[in-house]
Design a protein around this ligand. Structure first.
Ligand code: ATP
Length: 404
């Protein structure tokens, strides 16, 4: 199942309307998701298909006709989750480890998307394997949302081959949709229902839902089960959003900027929830602007810039980060000229040092040894001595700067 934490429903609708107005593009999914599944009173009636999916209600993506006209949704009942679709085999992994386990869940070859002749996605290849947390990074306008919405089946592509959970998202049906979880940043659960009642209601839309109690435990809301949805804090609502997306027991989860606007504690809590999903063996496609989030969670990272993937790897290896030179920096004590430094250090200094010395070296230990011996022999201290390796953010900024 895929889980997507995305921008707010209202924001999303605004974006969708603006996009549709700008391009005349039809969405692939109907405006009206199933409204009467099971004919239950209080059935949520989200007006946006992606929003519906975000609260775990499977809907019917509709294949566009030749003229881009959406066909009528199928009148059948809730999707059946495929046998064996749920995988609960995950070995606990504290955070992104570069591991990759199973078969490809998402395969993309030569994906292109043009808006009015302008290429927003300019031919990308991707593979996300079962049980991975895959992070998709890129500056504003890089094409992340376009790509994600194509993978979700909400946007048409111009060219390329795509398989998500074994199907082409552009034509996949309700069974496929039920295997994907969508979480919006602000959903609108039933304010008057308790958390447990709300989850039970949504569980009723699925043939094989995850048990409500288990879902509450997973998102850390077990002790809030009796609280009314309308009285929860922002952070608790976020957890409920995730719970609602998980109640159908999806396999693939898209997390679209899941922690934008969170305070540090709420962000860390959200990371714990996401790490918990990975431990359940879910596959997670994460879009984020926070490097520390990608570093903490992701097994693999791809950087998208101007519609192209410019680097792919683990947080440790992305863009050659593991082989980049380290920088040893310190301030020379007053009255000590740079010319006095040991040759090993001066040879590694690239710019005129002045009092601030920065020496680049692929292996800092010999340089540090020479420096320490030199300082000790003279009774000097170097209190601001640092060894700096490029951070993920350094590498990301370099990669995206180069591609401008
Ligand atoms: P952000 O980080 O700001 O959300 P993004 O990486 O998700 O950006 P996209 O929203 O996919 O980027 O946009 C990629 C490019 O495609 C941008 O130049 C954007 O202006 C353009 N674009 C996106 N949607 C449309 C549309 N419906 N019509 C025309 N251009 C569009």
């Amino acid at each position: 199942m895929a889980i997507i934490i995305s921008k707010s429903i209202a924001g999303y609708r605004r974006r969708r309307r603006a996009a549709a107005a700008a391009t005349g593009e039809q969405r692939l999914s109907p405006d009206d998701p199933p409204r009467t599944q099971g004919g239950r009173p209080g059935t949520p009636q989200p007006t946006d298909a992606r929003a519906a999916a975000s609260v775990g209600v499977p809907h019917t993506p509709v294949r566009e006709g030749p003229a881009g006209t959406a066909a009528a949704p199928r009148p059948d009942g809730p999707a059946k989750v495929a046998e064996g679709a749920s995988r609960e085999t995950g070995t606990p992994v504290p955070h992104g480890s570069g591991r990759s386990s199973g078969l490809p869940v998402i395969e993309v070859r030569g994906l292109r998307k043009s808006y009015d002749g302008v290429e927003a996605v300019a031919g990308i290849d991707l593979e996300v394997r079962s049980g991975e947390v895959f992070a998709f990074l890129g500056p504003n306008g890089a094409g992340k949302t376009t790509t994600v919405e194509i993978l979700e089946g909400y946007r048409r592509r111009t060219a390329g081959e795509i398989s998500v959970l074994g199907a082409d998202p552009a034509g996949a049906g309700r069974d496929w949709r039920a295997r994907i979880g969508v979480v919006l940043q602000e959903s609108q659960p039933e304010d008057e229902l308790s958390v447990e009642e709300c989850l039970s209601l949504y569980a009723g839309y699925y043939p094989r839902p995850r048990p409500v109690g288990q879902t509450l435990e997973l998102v850390g809301l077990a002790d809030r089960r009796s609280v009314r949805c309308g009285r929860m804090s922002g952070g608790q609502r976020r957890r409920l959003d995730v719970a609602l997306a998980l109640i159908g027991d999806p396999e693939l989860i898209f997390l679209d900027e899941p922690t934008t606007g969170f305070d540090p504690a709420a962000r860390k809590s959200a990371w714990d929830v996401i790490a918990g999903l990975r431990d359940l063996g879910k596959t997670i496609f994460l879009t984020t602007h926070y490097m520390e989030e990608a570093e903490y969670l992701a097994d693999r990272i791809a950087v998208l810039a101007a519609g192209r993937i410019v680097a792919e790897g683990t947080a440790a290896t992305l863009g050659g980060r593991d082989t980049e030179a380290a920088v040893v920096s310190f301030t020379l004590p007053p009255g000590v000229p740079a010319a006095d430094l040991p040759p090993l250090v001066t040879a590694a200094v690239t710019d005129d040092p002045g009092h601030q010395v920065a020496a680049r070296t692929p292996s800092p230990l010999p340089l540090l040894g020479a420096l320490a011996g030199w300082a000790e022999a003279r009774g000097l201290d170097l209190p601001d001595l640092q060894v700096h390796r490029p951070t993920l953010e350094d590498v990301y900024l370099q990669l995206t700067r180069e591609s401008r």
